[in-house]
Design a protein around this ligand. Structure first.
Ligand code: DGL
Length: 267
């Protein structure tokens, strides 16, 4: 039998909601021939509001079901709140290769000139022992401020769907990242995949310019590396967008998704 070299690899991208789209768009650039399945766990969103035990109990079996349903060649967990908790369990439970998304503390601290770095994530992510460990191991002498936001992921989703979000609400969430002293913060880690959806607003509302570190390009490079050996498909199959609630995307969301998934998602 002749192997079907035209088959595209399948990449499953998983997040609690729409934030993983900021990772998805980079992985698509790195491997445009792949068949993508994007799954938003809207039925359990936001993860930042759940306990560690509840997230593990939710994500590990759910990802198993998704692997059984879609047979991916690679799974990208495009969520810091989940990745800082479940990667070891996922790797122990399932054979497929995984890429997680964790706060980019090492490159941020390596790049900071003022040696003052802030990490903006969900309350869950900044509480995690995993995140504290990254600071212990990779702060490289930088002063690192952890900023846990309760609502920014939900504000990002609302803005993505076209809802008007007041500047003051966004400014209040990012304000604790900006520390001025002898030196002032020059680098902010975007430690939640939802936040790059608001990048232009962050830059406009920041009290002074900083480097915002988005790990998505690095995650895309790692993803492409892990499936480098898989043959390139001849044509990119249509990407799919799925909600765990089983609902079809509401019209405003469907319109916002067209640049990512094409017109079919709005049909
Ligand atoms: N996108 C998720 C992350 O990267 C979190 C949003 C949520 O609270 O569900 O952390």
């Amino acid at each position: 039998m002749i192997a079907d070299v035209s088959r595209s690899p399948t990449i499953l991208v998983f997040d609690s909601g729409l934030g993983g789209l900021t990772v998805y768009r980079e992985v698509v650039k790195a491997r445009p021939d792949a068949a993508f399945v994007y799954v938003a766990d809207d039925a359990f969103f936001p993860y930042g509001h759940h306990s560690e035990a509840a997230i593990i109990a939710r994500v590990v079996p759910l990802v198993g079901e998704l692997i059984a349903a879609h047979a991916p060649d690679l799974v990208v967990i495009a969520c810091n709140t989940a990745s800082t908790l479940v990667m070891a369990e996922l790797r122990a439970a399932y054979q497929v290769p995984f890429v997680g998304t964790v706060p980019a503390i090492k490159p941020a601290c390596a790049a900071s000139k003022s040696r003052r770095v802030s990490v903006l994530g969900t309350r869950g992510t900044v509480r995690r022992e995993y995140t504290r460990g990254l600071i212990r191991d990779f702060a490289q002498g930088c002063d690192v401020t952890l900023v846990g936001s309760a609502d920014l992921a939900s504000l990002a989703e609302a803005a993505f769907k076209g809802e008007a979000i007041a500047d003051a609400d966004i400014a209040a969430e990012i304000a604790p990242c900006f520390i001025a002293g002898e030196t002032r913060t020059d680098t902010v880690v975007l430690a939640c995949t939802h936040y790059p959806l608001l990048m232009e607003r962050f830059a406009a509302l920041a009290p002074w310019p900083v480097d915002w570190i988005d790990p998505a390009p690095a995650i895309a490079r790692r993803s492409a590396d892990l499936i480098r050996a898989l043959p390139r498909g001849r044509a990119a199959p249509a990407a799919r967008f799925l909600l765990t609630s089983g609902a079809a995307p509401a019209p405003a969301l469907a319109r916002a998704l067209v640049p990512y998934f094409g017109e079919a998602v709005a049909a």
